[in-house]
Design a protein. Sequence first.
Length: 79
Amino acid sequence: MRFNDEFVRHKILDALGDLYLIGYPILGRFNAYKSGHALNNLLVREILSDHNNFEIVTFDDNVTCPIQYLPLEGLTVEG
């Protein structure tokens, strides 16, 4: 192991990968206790099972858009 919390980091990356299968960036919070691929997969299936379970949000301009959702093209790093 390279880090004391390597198992925790691995679980977080697993959850992010599982939620990525939804196909859209998520504006929300994910809390889990002892989750794994099977439980995360059930969550994804439940979310996608009914269009009332989610809302697709778009931003009209870059001012109201959270920085995590800005398009990468055209961005410059100043400094």
